[in-house]
Write a protein that binds this ligand. Structure first.
Ligand code: MOS
Length: 767
């Protein structure tokens, strides 16, 4: 169904003249910059450093009580006996909630490309019956006067489980694998030419299996919620990257009108795809209603592993073939990952290969395995992060096979237009990113023969890899602007800032859009009572909000012109014929025709003027092929004695359109690259296939890179604006991690001659 809808929209769009589309006329702010493009420190930095920013678990409420969750230790089966009496009698206990007294609730609608307003990451019932569907499932909640009392009482609940057979084996699940029709907005099974034939016929080929393990979310801020009912209105302080959708979902679940639910999330300590709606918000809201008191629920680190999904493991086949000239003749990317039917995230690891290289033939397909596990979910560049590990390792292997420099092999296969659809690229300067990156990194010093450079026991190698992440702008973004006679503008929308600088960048944007200094802009966000904006996900939020603010600014121009009336030098002009510069409306054609906002408002005897508007439909995504791109460079040192890998240098050379704030962008890029080090070398969810239980649900056992694992990272960008997107920008959130694991694996090969196709590259794999 998704494919049919998307195909028909694309067909119709093919007939529409370009200038009618968003991006048909480039955003004027691409050429006219003031605050945008400047190195601005995060404006919420001081209150965060000063401890004044209240996160979800820090909101004080009178008469608050504290929640503790009990998780199932079995994977599949049911509760035969449940005895809560000891817990109920424990000191300080207010409520013990199980399926017996949990209100009967519907299922949260799953987020999908055809239901972007939805927020559900799991379509399983929440505490509705005795059935156990995965290990770690919430079976009881205890409310008490203190956290310690709640935790203690939860330990007193007695449950006798009857276990049933569970599906926990990746390999065994292949027998019943599903092959979905779509992967996000792309057709899943995609074939061009006869790739297997070309593979067999071509003089050069590589054909290998790559494996990536599961990963878990480990944002610094634990998932947390503080909930209060006031009669039939509900206030939820959440750590959320989908505020409006969460409010709508809670309203639907608890039978309330949208206005009766308010979700606030002004500060979030990292999201990365994991801060959506899971069971904890729902049980906290239910418990607060029963208890008639405000409730705080903070998941333990272990609790995050138990009920918040992570990245699925993948097993991917990449086969490449080339002719004697280094032109690709076959590109095959297929594989298996886990996606139970109650999960929302297809881990789209085969999408990159469809957009990156010219080839004579292609074959792509992904298969989903059903296991009894906490539903897997979106996690920083879902698909592309692990997909580029396989694809970009394979490119390096082919280059080695052919004796060609791996950058040269990539550039020889650089497409003119989208290689599968022929759709034009909106803007693409990957070649420039490679040339400039290689120059700065000193790629020319790399030895083509592996294992030939050393410093004592340390073997040294260099690797590179491409990263790619599709541009997205979400439909349904709106914003309001209130302009006061004193020359202040209050820009409002329900946007979310998980620490990446959303509010800072949108203040920069609004300043330029409205012709005001940054100090004159107030940006209200993080509250579902404000105009709806979509989730912060898919690296799409900045342009989604920018389009909404641009639409509201256009409306504001129209309103000001209407107020200015016939005695104004602007009389007769329409919104599209003026610009807002230096606190004035100015005619584009004749800049001498101008009047200040203040004059217009004063003459009309108005203190302020308010407008709201929705952003245009993101049709540019269908008319153009749009991707953020990167050329990753890495140098590693591998101990010949211990097999230890140290990343000694990394450079990310990015091509993501215009960079709106070099400082926050650099942080985004570096953060993603550090996650890439984790992906390559340390991170791995250890899932016990016998029991279905995650064994390393703690930061002591699940290894994320620490400071000493991270070298000084260098970052650069082409900065070429994308003429088709608001502000000329594409996403920068997720591109940072993509390609990094392959760059590191390729450097390890260059250092040692050992090709590791099974992440993470731990020392045992090199000895
Ligand atoms: Mo996105 S998966 O929210 O980093």
């Amino acid at each position: 169904m998704q494919n049919v809808v998307i195909d028909s929209v694309k067909t119709v769009l093919g007939w529409v003249p370009e200038r009618w589309l968003p991006g048909g006329t480039p955003d004027p702010l691409i050429m006219r910059r003031g605050a945008v493009g400047r190195q601005v420190s995060r404006l919420d930095g001081p209150i965060k450093v000063g401890g004044q920013a209240r996160f979800a678990a820090e909101v004080a409420m009178e008469n608050m009580c504290y929640a503790s969750l009990l998780h199932s230790p079995i994977t599949r089966g049911r509760m035969r006996h449940l005895d809560t009496s000891a817990a109920e009698a424990a000191p300080g206990v207010i409520l013990v909630m199980t399926h017996r007294n949990m209100p009967r609730l519907d299922i949260i609608p799953l987020v999908s490309v055809t239901n972007l307003g939805a927020v559900g990451a799991s379509a399983l019932p929440i505490m509705q019956d005795t059935e156990i569907r995965y290990n770690g499932q919430v079976v009881a909640l205890v409310l008490a006067e203190t956290q310690e009392q709640a935790d203690h009482a939860a330990s007193l609940i007695q449950i006798d489980y009857e276990t049933a057979g569970a599906r926990t084996h990746f390999e065994a699940a292949k027998a019943t694998a599903r092959t979905p029709a779509s992967v996000l907005i792309e057709k899943n099974h995609t074939v061009v030419g006869n790739a297997e034939y070309e593979l067999a016929q071509s003089p050069f080929q590589v054909d290998n299996i790559y494996r990536t393990p599961g990963h878990n979310h480990n944002a610094i801020e634990l998932h947390a919620v503080t909930v209060a009912w006031d009669g039939d209105t509900l206030e939820v302080h959440d750590a959320s990257q989908m505020i409006s959708g969460s409010a709508a979902a809670l309203a639907k679940l608890f039978g309330l009108k949208k206005e009766q639910v308010r979700v606030l999330s002004p500060f979030v300590g990292g999201g990365f795809g994991g801060k959506g709606m899971w069971d904890h918000q729902v049980v906290a809201v239910a418990a607060a209603r029963i208890a008639g008191r405000p409730v705080r629920l903070v998941l333990s680190r272990d609790g995050v592993y138990r009920i918040v999904g992570g990245r699925t493991p993948t097993e991917q086949r990449v086969a490449l073939a080339a002719d004697a000239g280094g032109n690709l003749t076959a590109l095959i990317h297929t594989g298996h990952s886990v996606m139970p039917p109650y999960s929302a995230c297809p881990e789209q690891y085969t999408l990159t290969g469809r957009a990156l290289y010219r080839s004579k033939s292609y074959a792509f397909v992904q298969h989903h395995l059903d296991l009894d596990i906490v539903p897997n979910t979106y996690m920083r560049a879902p698909g592309e992060s692990v997909g580029t590990f396989a694809l970009e390792s394979a490119i390096d292997e082919l280059a080695h096979e052919m004796g060609i420099d791996p950058i040269e092999l990539r550039l020889r296969n650089e497409p003119e237009t989208h290689p599968l659809s022929g759709t034009p690229f909106s803007q693409r300067a990957l070649v420039q990113a490679y040339r400039e990156g290689a120059e700065r990194f000193g790629w020319a010093r790399r030895q083509a023969t592996p294992g030939t450079q050393r410093d004592g026991e340390w073997l040294i190698g260099m690797g590179c890899a491409t990263g790619s992440f599709p541009y997205a702008r979400m439909p349904g973004a709106s914003a309001s602007i209130r302009l006061t006679r004193e020359g202040r503008a209050i820009v409002s929308c329900s946007a979310q800032d998980m620490g990446m600088g959303t509010s800072t960048v949108q203040i920069q944007h609004a300043a330029d859009r409205l012709g005001l200094p940054m100090e004159a802009i107030v940006f209200e966000m993080g509250d579902s009572a404000l105009p709806t904006t979509p989730m912060a996900g898919g690296s799409s939020q900045t342009v989604s909000i920018a389009a909404a603010i641009a639409a509201a600014a256009e409306k504001l121009s129209g309103e000001l012109l209407r107020l200015a009336g016939n005695s104004s030098p602007l009389a007769g002009l329409r919104a599209g014929e003026v610009r807002m510069i230096d606190q004035k409306l100015v005619s584009i054609e004749d800049p001498s025709r101008t009047e200040s906002f203040q004059q217009i408002l004063a003459r009309a005897s108005r203190d302020e003027i308010s407008v709201s508007a929705a952003g245009s439909a993101p049709l540019e995504m269908l008319k153009f092929a749009m991707h953020s791109l990167s050329a990753n460079f890495c140098e590693v040192r591998v101990s010949e004695v211990t097999g230890e890998v140290r990343v000694s240098r990394m450079l990310g050379s990015f091509d993501c359109g215009a960079i709106l704030n070099p400082k926050t962008a650099t942080s985004q890029f570096k953060g993603g690259m550090i996650m890439g080090i984790g992906l390559a070398l340390t991170e791995e969810t250890l899932f016990d296939e016998r029991s279905g239980r995650i064994m390393n649900a703690t930061l002591a056992d699940y290894h994320i890179p620490s400071h000493l694992d991270v070298p000084d990272i260098d970052v650069m960008w082409t900065g070429v604006p994308d003429p088709r997107s608001p502000l000329g920008a594409r996403g920068i959130g997720e591109i940072g991690i993509t390609g990094v694991a392959a760059a590191i694996a390729n450097a390890v090969f260059n250092a040692t001659g050992r090709r590791v196709r099974d992440l993470p590259i731990t020392l045992d794999k090199l000895l």
